[in-house]
Design a protein around this ligand. Structure first.
Ligand SMILES: [Zn+2]
Length: 172
């Protein structure tokens, strides 16, 4: 069940737990888009999945009103246009809101809203540090995780500016 949690439909909503937002801490407030198991599996979701399989984070932009559209869908949620174009994110973002979810079996895990540089806000999770240590404002970057039912987008902390960039491959 937990994994489906991160498949945001953008159509169905439920509110989870206590969220820490930029500018404050609110208990159980906010309209947070969370995955819905009965989300329609339309073509945009398949395109998004193919981007993920290729290690990229795809999103849409409306050619009529220039709105960024995420989670992918058929109609622009702002103006109703069907003229949506695809782009890929550079994968750099900042944590806008974060919460640690305590599951009955195992370590707490993180759920976060991440603002990407392209202007998209997406629900995901931050890995690589303990769930409770994810901070609002933390710079993160996108990675893909393979899970049982397909690839999902997650985020990991970016190195702080004063630290040398981590190399993907060891220098030889
Ligand atoms: Zn539009």
């Amino acid at each position: 069940m937990r994994r489906r949690f991160f498949r945001c439909s953008g159509e169905s909503y439920r509110t989870v737990g206590a969220w820490s937002f930029r500018g404050g801490y609110e208990e159980g407030k906010g309209e947070i888009a969370v995955a819905s198991e009965d989300a329609p599996a339309g073509a945009p979701a398949e395109v998004y999945g193919r981007y993920l399989e290729g290690g990229r984070l795809g999103f849409q932009r409306c050619r009529d009103c220039s709105s960024m559209v995420f989670y992918p869908r058929v109609l622009c949620p702002v103006c109703g246009s069907v003229d949506l174009e695809w782009g890929t994110s550079g994968g750099r973002g900042v944590v806008y809101a974060t919460t640690a979810v305590h599951s009955r079996d195992g370590e707490p895990y993180n759920v976060a809203l991440v603002d990407l540089e392209e202007g998209i806000r997406m629900m995901s999770r931050v890995e690589g540090i303990p769930a409770e240590e994810v901070e609002v404002g933390r710079r993160v970057r996108f990675e893909v995780r393979e899970e049982d039912d397909g690839p999902v987008a997650v985020f990991v902390p970016m190195a702080e500016p004063e630290e040398p960039e981590e190399s993907e491959e060891p220098a030889r």
